[in-house]
Design a protein around this ligand. Sequence first.
Ligand SMILES: NC(=O)c1ccc[n+]([C@@H]2O[C@H](COP(=O)([O-])OP(=O)(O)OC[C@H]3O[C@@H](n4cnc5c(N)ncnc54)[C@H](OP(=O)(O)O)[C@@H]3O)[C@@H](O)[C@H]2O)c1
Length: 340
Amino acid sequence: MGYRVVVVGATGNVGREMLNILAERQFPADEVAVLASRKSLGTEVTFGETTLKTQDLDTFDFAGWDMALFAIGSDATKKYAPKAAAAGCVVIDNSSLYRYDPEVPLIVPEVNPQAVHRYSKKNIIANPNCSTAQMVVALKPLHDRAKIKRVVVSTYQSVSGSGKDAIDELWDQTKAVYNPTSDVPPKVYTKQIAFNVIPHIDVFLDDGSTKEEWKMVAETKKIVDPSIKVTATCVRVPVFVGHSESINIETEDFLDEDEARDILREAPGIMVIDKREDGGYVTPIECVGDFATFISRIRQDSTIENGLNMWCVSDNLRKGAALNAVQIAELLGREVLKKG
Ligand SMILES: NC(=O)c1ccc[n+]([C@@H]2O[C@H](COP(=O)([O-])OP(=O)(O)OC[C@H]3O[C@@H](n4cnc5c(N)ncnc54)[C@H](OP(=O)(O)O)[C@@H]3O)[C@@H](O)[C@H]2O)c1
């Protein structure tokens, strides 16, 4: 007997990717229900070889369903996730709503799988922010070996991280540059994203940082180790899919770049592509549709005693969202629910 699984937000970027990954990884699902808002009622979405019709989240009864993978915004999650959890369906949530709740585990299965056992307080498990997920997969094995003290990270985040309207905005603005009669003013973003970069993701905080930057700090501490200091600059770039990060780490013990490369080669979820030659590194367009987090440009930072630099790229709709959520579902099944 397998699981009865609900995908909430199935018409969105992350929801569709969840369905693809559940099928690709042959998740032991006996039945899959797909939900979205009322306006999408009856919209068809693909799950493996089959087509499913979208149902209305507002009237759906979660009783008898084992798990629900949520990929809708925080406001709607606030209304519907407690309803699903109260009906006995374990919620795996992609929004930021529950990530910092001490009663909700925040999980990246390669890093802190043991946290899954704390799901039962609220019947909810949180999925991290896309830029945090790929970074912590790379940090964890290096932290285990040399204890990371401080991380300085700059991100280059694709527009798919802001949902389907943002993808349209980049597409339409890019076309408009070649057609002087049309003008596509920014709606999702504060400034033109086509042929531009924007050093602003999520809202500004009192200290001048943005909420996206704060998320990377708070989530790294919750998932890996509260003692790690993180400072981040998060930037939106005109890339459709795939987030990139320049990561600088300072460790307590010395870690040689060759050893770091070997450690990362052995680490779960990581693929090292690091040839010191033209093209011997990974760019976002090459990681689309892949499960791995790719690491390139591993090198010593000679300005401090124990420092390393690296380049980290991953498909934000996969490891940054849908894949991680499906991995949590697999973990929950394996360790806790034990069906299938
Ligand atoms: N994209 C990423 O890289 C990423 C990474 C990590 C986390 N997340 C989070 O994942 C969530 C989804 O992101 P996305 O990129 O997939 O967004 P998206 O492409 O804009 O899709 C949003 C989905 O949510 C549904 N929805 C919105 N409001 C709803 C409501 N009131 N009731 C029912 N369904 C509702 C939409 O249904 P309709 O089509 O019917 O409107 C659609 O299926 C967000 O919380 C986001 O922060 C995204």
